[in-house]
Write a protein that binds this ligand. Structure first.
Ligand SMILES: [Zn+2]
Length: 132
């Protein structure tokens, strides 16, 4: 994972600050604590990046979550139908099961992808980094 540091993939997979990659954006690291799945820090305590650019910023992540959900669904179907030899109905249920089981992960991945569309990694973002 450390090898990926500095790439958007690192921030997306780990949920770290999209600018400095040093700190988690989320207060609770386990997405399966559902009451806290969306609880995020206001800004990065390392570089000061404000995550929520505008009040409804993360609504856009919904659109990303459709795409991520479809990717998970396709993967679940291919694995169950082609590799595990499930029936079409079995494939369908594995899609539903996968989407339910991975929902918190999908929700967070979508946010991570979304925020990484707006921020870029900057090296050496210390305390000097200003708000805007
Ligand atoms: Zn940061």
């Amino acid at each position: 994972m450390k090898l990926l540091k500095g790439t958007k993939l690192y921030s997306i997979l780990t949920g770290t600050c999209p600018v400095c990659h040093e700190e988690s954006m989320y207060i609770e690291s386990n997405p399966y604590k559902l009451g806290k799945v969306y609880k995020m820090h206001e800004r990065c305590s390392n570089c000061g990046t404000k995550y929520k650019i505008e009040p409804s910023f993360f609504y856009g992540a919904m659109y990303v979550s459709y795409a991520v959900g479809i990717a998970f669904a396709v993967a679940a179907f291919i694995i169950s139908y082609y590799f595990l030899g499930a029936s079409l109905l079995g494939g369908f249920f594995s899609i539903v099961g996968t989407l339910v089981a991975f929902m918190p992960v999908i929700m967070r991945l979508s946010r991570n992808i979304w925020i990484n569309l707006f921020f870029n990694y900057k090296e050496d973002t210390g305390k000097a980094y200003s708000d805007e």
